[in-house]
Design a protein around this ligand. Structure first.
Ligand code: ADP
Length: 489
């Protein structure tokens, strides 16, 4: 058996294959951009055939780079979550466009179900909320609107992207892992099984669903690369990044600050129930046992910096924000609530719009830029408060994503959250998590703890700010938020 782990990291805008040595060293990487289809406002589709062809090409290139299939110990797959593929079991070809997680076409279905009082029951069973984001309402829409799916009868197969890729790699194995299944609205979070009640509620075709499996194990083999390679690791991208950040104990938290910010906290082995509109989700399933996470998403993070650069033209590039923020002693009383596309967790105010408050004649560009960077820690603090109220306070914050290459932001997070912030030198935590799972699944590692050595060196930031200054900032932020959402918090 080879020693190299091949990771397929199928994202929203690109698909990638990477090679990892058992110590976490990256031996190669190849990616391809994916075409985004926007057939109408609010609709986002992918071509599942394109995803497969480009993924296969990237993987082939990496197997070649590794020196052949016999050099590869196992394949790990991580993927954009919730995106749904429909295909024909006999031909293995897609029957419809893939409906992407960002797609809002099922908003009316969600509203009808909410009006019928279904949300509390759905949340109790799945940990999720009734939002077009999740796959179940996309299935409901597709079954009602695409006649070819009903006409396909027993030939219809559906699944999230990892399910589609495993089918294609193995030539017909139909599985999904528990992390991806936990985003469909169809899986009972406590049972780890498809729920008949939820299947009925969303009108999902039972016969078309994959079998739910663990995140690590021997799921099947592929012979598409000139030799047999086992597929041994599967997880949705945010879960994979949480594993890649080695958040293996309860309270350990990872936050990815990219275009938006995604925060997941390991919530342990008992099913968490959020009372603060966080999502409960499966973090991983091993040997049939689930470890759970609470999850909160902030819609606007790095996109705020892009907006300052491209629309407002206040800055020339993202990197210079660090020096600009440092050029002033404080925010000068300025707060920026970046609700440019509404507010996500824990506020969930889709109609809210952004505001810059506290402007005076002494306000300069640097204060506004600083307020924009400070908004990351402020939004994260709101999430931390919600997580703590749900019984899972953050023990550490392990950060990744483009924004935290900015040292000032990393330090401000430590200061405002009053936790140690860890930033790994190796930033590709999503792919790393899939490599760890594949390594566990093929027996290279005894468990995730052992696999976590792949994570490598981290840089730490510890809180330095005096409590009075922190409190003053939090008070200022709270009144800015109240301004935006029109109520006291
Ligand atoms: P995604 O994976 O969502 O595409 P990335 O993790 O690549 O995002 O992060 C890119 C985002 O980070 C961009 O929105 C950019 O504005 C922001 N960003 C990049 N570098 C910096 C920096 N030094 N300071 C602040 N923001 C930054």
């Amino acid at each position: 058996m080879g020693e190299i782990l091949l990771v397929i990291d199928e994202g929203t805008t690109s698909t990638r294959a990477m090679l990892f040595a058992p110590d976490g060293t990256v031996l190669g990487s190849q990616s391809a951009a994916l075409t985004q289809h926007y057939p109408a406002p609010g609709l986002v589709e992918h071509d599942a055939a394109e995803i497969w062809e480009k993924t296969l090409a990237c993987a082939r290139a990496m197997v070649g780079k590794a020196g052949g299939a016999d050099r590869i110990a196992a394949i790990g797959i991580t993927n954009q979550r919730e995106t749904l593929v429909f295909w024909d079991r006999t031909t293995g070809e897609p029957l419809a466009p893939a409906i992407v997680w960002q797609d809002r076409r099922s908003a009316d279905i969600c509203r009808t179900l909410k009006d019928a009082g279904e949300e509390p029951g759905v949340q109790a069973r799945t940990g999720l909320l009734l939002d077009p984001y999740f796959s179940g309402t996309k299935i409901a829409w597709a079954m009602a609107n695409w006649p070819q799916l009903k006409e396909a009868g027993d030939r219809l197969a559906l699944g999230t992207i990892e399910s589609w890729l495993v089918w294609k790699l193995t030539g017909g194995l139909h599985v999904t892992d528990a992390t991806n299944a936990s985003r469909t609205l169809l899986m009972g979070l406590g049972s780890g099984a498809w729920s008949d009640g939820l299947i009925d509620l969303f009108g999902a075709p039972r016969h078309a669903l994959p079998e739910i499996v663990d995140c690590a194990g021997r799921f099947g083999t592929t012979s598409l690369f000139g030799g047999e390679i086992p597929i041994c690791g599967l997880a949705g991208d945010q879960q994979s990044a949480t594993i890649g950040q080695a958040c293996l104990a309860k309270g350990e938290t990872k936050a990815t600050y990219g275009t938006g910010a995604f925060v997941l906290t390991n919530a342990g082995t008992a099913q968490p129930r959020s009372k603060n509109r966080l999502l409960a989700t499966c973090l991983w399933q091993l040997d049939g046992r689930r470890t759970y996470a609470l999850e909160g998403s902030v819609f606007v993070a790095g996109s705020l910096i892009q907006w300052l650069r491209d629309s407002v033209k206040l800055i020339a590039n993202a990197q210079e924000t660090e020096a600009i923020a440092k050029s002033v002693d404080d925010n000068g009383g300025v707060y920026l609530v970046p609700a440019l596309s509404g507010l996500g967790a824990p506020w969930w105010q889709p109609e809210a719009r952004a505001a810059i408050t506290g402007l005076s004649f002494s306000t300069g560009k640097a204060h506004i830029v600083r307020a924009a960077l400070e908004a990351m820690a402020h939004q994260s603090h709101d999430l931390k408060t919600a997580f703590a109220a749900d019984g899972v306070d953050w023990a550490t914050l392990r950060v990744d994503g483009g924004m935290v290459t900015n040292d000032w932001i990393a330090q401000d997070l430590a200061d405002m959250l009053d936790v140690t912030v860890e930033r790994p030198d190796f930033a590709e935590t999503t792919a790393l998590g899939a490599a760890m799972l594949a390594g566990v699944g093929c027996g290279m590692f005894a468990g995730l703890e052992e696999a976590a050595t792949m994570r490598g060196k981290v840089e730490t930031f510890t809180a330095q700010l005096d409590p009075a200054t922190r409190d003053a900032r939090l008070t200022g932020w709270r009144s800015a938020i109240e301004n935006v959402i029109g109520q006291r918090v």
